[in-house]
Structure formats: C-alpha cells, structure tokens
Unconditional design. Structure first.
Length: 344
C-alpha cells in the first residue's frame, strides 16, 4: 500500500503582518502550501492519505480556513484518494468534545477520529487512529491502554499507529514532554508509528518499529527545506519526503555598499537584516517594495557614530574604575576635575 503522510497543517494560522490588501501574508502562504501539498499527493496517486493532526490553527477556525481545507479534501475525493484523519491538540476544544463535534468533522473524510480511538483494517493492515485529547492523568493512562489492547488483540501481520503526541524515545533525546506520551513498549507493538505534533521531521527505529514525523506543512519556526509530504510503501517500509518550499528566516549583514542590492532580491521569507552605515542611503522605494514582498522584514541599524560615542563613554568609565582601584586617594581630585570641565 502506498501512503501519503502529512501533519500539522495549522490551516488559517496568522503570523507577522498583513499585506496591502489587509490579508495576513503568512496565512495566505499557508493556503498556497496546502494547495501545493495536495497537488503533489494527487500526482503520487497514493492508496491512502494520512493526516496526523493539527488540521487547523484553532478548534473554531475562520470560514476562509474551513473553505480552503474543504477544497483540498474535495480535490482528493474527486481523484478517488481516501483519507484518514485524526485531531491534534490545536483542533481540540472541551465544548466541542462535550457536543461531539469538531470543525474537521464537517468535511468528508474516509476514516476520521476526533475524541475517541478508532481502528480499521485495510488490505490486511491494522490502522489505529489515536487523536489528541486533554484529560486527567488517569484517563490518559486508560486511553493509552486502550490503544495497547487493540494492538495486542489484532491478528493482522502489519500494524500502523497514527497519533499526535510524543514518544518516550523522542523525550529521552529532546526532553520535550507531553500528556500523550507513548512508551517504548507501546511503540514496539507496531510496525509503523506516525507522529504528529512535533513540527520537526524525524525518523528512527525503535527495535523493528519505524517511527516517522512528517513535520509541519508550513513551518512557523522558519527552518529551511523541511516541509512537504512523506510518501511511504508499506510493503518495503521505504519512504521519501517531497520538499515544499515555505517561508524561512534569512539573516543578512549589510553595509551602505550592498543594502539596496539585498533589498532588491527579497523573496517571500522572513528577513533579519543588520545594517551598519547611514540609513539615508537606503532607497525608500526599494524598501517599500521589499516590505510588500517579504513575510516580514526588520532592519537593525548600527550607526558607527553612536558606536564610537559608546566606546568613548566606556573608555571614560574604565579610566574612572582604574583610578578608583589603583589610586583611590585621588578619586576626589578626579571628580572635581570633571566638574570643572563641565562648567566651562
């Protein structure tokens, strides 16, 4: 079976600034990333798309965010590609849980788990869907035990867990903890464990179990070249990640000689520019154009004159400290001399 694996789409997430039309730039690029991921998946023609949670940025997303997600699901449906989706912590709300509803539930999914663990057998493979829930420690323990019992009771030769949490091994390496903590013993009951929630893509083997994190769809931590879907073959367990470019942080050190050249080459990324020189040399039209293109752009101006004055002031303070440490009997004379200089 060919799987396409995605997670942490955070559809509708807003960050940084709005554009000239009043739209949040980061949010709009998130919709573009969603469309790009869906295009890739359609071309790959998987037997199943797995979404490991955090579909939306909030449990009660905007109509625009819901519409964009609905369009993506309709594209998959029209191409006869089934989907398996669970909720993440961002999709969870206590009121929604009490009313047995969720924003993602309003969209068609072939297999869907919101607040309870569900399992299904497809082509001889057991899939267990374990969405994120907030609850007491005792109920979380019972929740994890339910998952463990389902895996032990199944006679399927291959077992796959889709969840939104943290594994014990990941915690040991990163010290990132969570209420949904998968023990090594639980992980090893499966052939494949797909982890949402951790925006960093990673893979490792827990004995014979392959643990995969696809990372996020659009990375608000802004690291380069780590977003995009995973395509996996369940027969061989071989997989590859298809990269999708999303905004990332670019740091530049500029002077009067190259500041305008750098601004002219700005793309849809997040720029932190350190500029040493006279800010009057920055072409205002070029800067405005760059500001409208970039997700965010900040210029930290270092004025050489101010730096020199700081250094001179620091030198005076150091000289004062030197006199005070070595010739304390002359410190009053030194202070009187500074007063006379100030009166001139």
């Amino acid at each position: 079976m060919k799987l396409a694996i995605i997670s942490d789409m955070h559809v509708g997430k807003k960050m940084y600034r709005t554009d000239e039309n009043g739209y949040n730039k980061f949010e709009q690029l998130g919709y573009k990333a969603l469309a790009k991921n869906i295009d890739i998946i359609v071309k790959e023609k998987p037997d199943l798309v797995i979404n490991a949670g955090d579909i939306f940025e909030t449990a009660n997303p905007s109509i625009l965010a819901m519409n964009k997600y609905f369009q993506s699901q309709q594209t998959l449906i029209s191409n006869n590609i089934p989907t398996m989706t669970i909720l993440g912590n961002h999709d969870f709300a206590f009121n929604n849980r009490r009313n047995h509803c969720s924003a993602a539930e309003m969209v068609n999914h072939t297999y869907f788990a919101d607040y309870e663990i569900k399992s299904v057998e497809i082509d001889g493979i057991l899939f267990i869907m374990m969405p994120y829930i907030y609850d007491t420690d005792d109920n979380i323990a019972k929740y994890l035990k339910t998952c463990k019992d389902l895996a032990k009771e199944s006679e399927c030769e291959k077992k796959i867990l889709i969840t939104h949490g943290v594994t014990e091994q990941y915690y040991k390496n990163s010290l990132i903890s969570d209420k949904i903590m998968l023990s090594d013993a639980l992980v090893e009951l499966f052939d494949l464990v797909i982890i949402g929630h951790i925006h960093t893509p990673f893979d490792y083997y827990q004995n014979k179990t392959l643990v995969l994190s696809p990372g996020s769809m659009i990375d608000y931590q802004a690291y380069e070249d780590r977003t995009g879907p995973i395509i996996l073959d369940t027969d061989t367990m071989k997989w590859n990640k298809i990269k999708v470019k999303t905004p990332h942080i670019i740091k530049k050190n500029c002077t009067e000689k190259n500041i305008n050249e750098v601004l002219n080459k700005v793309s849809e990324d997040i720029y932190h520019i350190s500029f040493e020189g006279n800010p009057d040399v920055i072409d205002n039209d070029i800067f405005i154009k760059a500001k409208n293109i970039a997700v965010q752009i900040s210029i930290d101006v270092i004025n050489p004159i101010e730096e020199t004055q700081k250094n001179e002031h620091k030198s005076i303070l150091n000289f004062y400290d030197w006199i005070n440490a070595n010739y304390p009997q002359y410190i009053d004379d030194f202070n009187n001399m500074k007063v006379r200089e100030a009166d001139r």
